[in-house]
Design a protein around this ligand. Structure first.
Ligand code: SF4
Length: 126
């Protein structure tokens, strides 16, 4: 695959997979042909490219990055490459005690949790 297609400035789509199926989300459906799940090697290569460009803020996104196996090893790799500000965008569904512990120990500086509504009814619909 072309590794540059998954880079958005300082954002890496670590996977197109997601553990949610929001009605309004057409990311995976519409982009299947444009975005493939990057291999481990692809992700390391993307981080290398961004580190070489002296990116200071890197966002790990998806799909849902927490369904990506070994996501924490990529965060550690980016930190070891000198990228200072590391962020993850997540839907929060997998944020149990164990995952929160791993996040706390990781080099992440920021966790962006998407809350699509505070309305119980709408939450069940979307
Ligand atoms: S959580 Fe995000 S990526 Fe997953 S289905 Fe919903 S909008 Fe799409």
């Amino acid at each position: 695959m072309n590794m540059h297609q998954n880079i958005r400035k300082d954002l890496i789509r670590t996977t197109i997979n997601c553990n949610a199926n929001c009605l309004f989300c057409n990311f995976a459906k519409e982009n299947e042909t444009d975005f493939m799940n990057p291999s481990d090697g692809d992700l390391y290569a993307m981080i290398d490219v961004l580190a070489d460009q002296h990116v200071s803020h890197l966002v790990f996104s998806g799909g849902e990055p927490l369904v990506r196996e070994n996501i924490f090893k990529f965060i550690k790799y980016a930190a070891n490459k000198g990228i200072k500000k590391l962020e993850m965008q997540t839907n929060g569904l997998l944020l149990d005690k164990s995952t929160l512990g791993l996040l706390k120990k990781s080099s992440l500086n920021r966790l962006f949790i998407s809350l699509h509504t505070n309305n119980k009814y709408i939450r069940t619909v979307i």
